[in-house]
Write a protein that binds this ligand. Structure first.
Ligand SMILES: [Mg+2]
Length: 160
């Protein structure tokens, strides 16, 4: 993977209670691309949060705005790597389910064909749970979109 322009670097955060193969894959790709990774929770510094959730699930939920959209080349390759390792990455965004939104995402994702869930502003974790989807790893720039301000998922990932 080619290195990111230093001005475009993102700062990822991970300090979950457990190690997981999916997290290792993401961390390795962050290093390859030249993004930064921190373990100290500082909301002014962090661009994208990695949050480990259900240990037995293979689903990786990736946000769109200011996450995939912040470095589409990187995320396209990460999606392929996760798929190769047996994970099922998909997009989960707060955006409304309209045709233009989907068309834009499909165009940017190119060959990385993955499901796209548009929650229309609803908290993502609850929304996906209703569909029977449990998530292993969340990748999102805005953690309150995943499960609000006070849920155990945040505590387990040392976000408070
Ligand atoms: Mg976002």
């Amino acid at each position: 993977m080619s290195k990111i322009d230093p001005d475009e670097k993102l700062t990822f955060y991970y300090r979950g209670a457990a190690r997981a193969r999916a997290v290792d894959i993401v961390i390795e790709s962050i290093r390859e691309r030249g993004h930064d990774l921190v373990e100290v929770y500082d909301e002014f510094l962090i661009d994208v949060y990695l949050m480990l959730d259900k240990s037995r699930s293979k689903h990786v939920a990736i946000d769109w705005d200011n996450t995939i959209s912040a470095d589409p080349d990187y995320f396209r390759q990460l999606i392929l790597k996760l798929q190769k390792a047996g994970y099922s990455p998909f997009v989960c965004t707060l955006r409304a389910p309209d045709k233009d939104n989907i068309t834009e995402m499909v165009a940017v994702l190119e060959e990385a064909e993955i499901p796209i869930y548009l929650t229309d502003g609803k908290p993502k974790r609850k929304y996906l749970k209703k569909l029977g989807l449990k998530v292993h790893l969340w990748i999102d720039d805005f953690y309150p979109a995943v499960c609000g301000d006070a849920c155990r998922l945040l505590k387990r990932n040392n976000i408070e």
